[in-house]
Write a protein that binds this ligand. Structure first.
Ligand SMILES: [Mn+2]
Length: 179
């Protein structure tokens, strides 16, 4: 898969550079083995290997800290600091493990609600004056928010993503704001 990945990158990166299109790979979701499928972007080592396949800054990351953190032992704050220069987009969200095997579910964005240090992540971005894009990624299904068809809207509900954005901005401001 890495060989195929390099073949793809080497073919498209020159065009990306010419037209200023930044590629951004999302980590495996979840970042551990499922049904024996190979994993490519599941650890710091895997990310480094993908970035090294083509050294152009246009070969970058959509660093999803929810997915990345789903692998036991992965340190999301360290990953942000290590790969800062290649992160074009970041998904900042929280998960809580439910067993030692790595089962988890998605929780609200507050650091205290789960196992991901969302405050430490935003501190790392703020201290580096990160200029890329961040989104809260997923949101819980809150207040019976439904689609126009009347069905529940799990995963991408507006209400909890709005709450998540404000939490992340609050973290950012607490590290960046000066009056
Ligand atoms: Mn994501």
């Amino acid at each position: 898969m890495y060989a195929n990945y390099k073949y793809f990158l080497d073919a498209v990166i020159p065009t990306c550079e010419r037209y200023d299109v930044k590629l951004a790979v999302h980590p495996d979701d979840p970042a551990f083995d499922l049904f024996g499928w190979p994993r490519v972007v599941s650890s710091k080592e895997g990310i480094q290997r993908v970035l090294d396949l083509n050294p152009s800054p246009y070969n970058g990351l959509c660093l999803c800290l929810g997915s990345f953190s789903s692998r036991r032992g992965n340190d999301p704050v360290a990953a942000v600091k290590t790969f800062m220069d290649r992160i074009h987009f970041s998904h900042v969200r929280n998960i809580r493990f439910t067993d030692e095997a790595g089962s988890f579910y998605e929780v609200g964005h507050r650091a205290s609600e789960g196992d991901v240090d969302t405050i430490g992540i935003m501190k790392a971005y703020a201290e580096a004056d990160y200029q890329g894009y961040i989104r809260p990624d997923h949101g819980r299904h809150l207040w019976s928010e439904n689609t126009e068809a009347g069905r529940p809207r799990p995963g991408y509900g507006l209400y909890d993503r709005a709450l998540g954005i404000q939490y992340l901005l609050g973290c950012w401001d607490s590290f960046r704001y000066t009056k």
